[in-house]
Design a protein around this ligand. Sequence first.
Ligand code: DX5
Ligand code: ZN
Length: 224
Amino acid sequence: MKMPSLPSLLVAPSLLACDFAHLAEEIRKVEEAGADWLHVDVMDGHFVPNLTMGPVVVEAIRRVSRIPLDVHLMLDHPQQWLRPFLDVGVHYLTVHVEAPGLEQPAVLRNSLETIRKAKVGAGLSLRPKTDAESVRPFLDRVDLILVMSVEPGFGAQAFMPQVVPKVRMLRQWFSGHLAVDGGINAKTGEQMRKAGANVLVAGTYVFRSTSYRDAIQSLRAPSG
Ligand code: DX5
Ligand code: ZN
């Protein structure tokens, strides 16, 4: 069987695990180490039990970064927050399929359209226990699917191997960017690559390593 060509592998360090007291320097270091995208986690204390940053900080990140910003909105009613993030000039903007406010398919479709109209990549994310079927009706309207491999909210949690078959299934349906987020390291990253993921989001594994370059490289190369 001839496989359709897939997007190339991209490594997206998650800034959640960086040293926020030296944010600009961390961004520079991880870019020099070969990162493809910067993953930015926006949390509202409602959709997830943690708070991070809003558009003001994302705008500051945008000013000092040279690679695409991949912004992951973990918010209730994300449709009310699209404009401020789009105005910052992000490159990918992802909402959760389970987000309160997006229950009506028409509202979710509208949100994805608003993102695409701004010439920004539209992303849709799903929690580990959410079925792949939930995103299926929207696949022709998104540029990126973000599969959570931990419960969203915090870094440094253990990878949930139950999501591997879901990634495999989504890859059969979807030829755009298929990203995985949570507990990604060289070993789990390889599992996910084999299942069809092409964007590996990694926070702790990159930012708590002694060499950002080696950590990023190990996510690209087969281990062992
Ligand atoms: C969790 C965030 C992740 C987090 C991943 O809700 O969406 O992006 O930074 O962190 P690690 O790689 O440490 O699991
Ligand atoms: Zn994330």
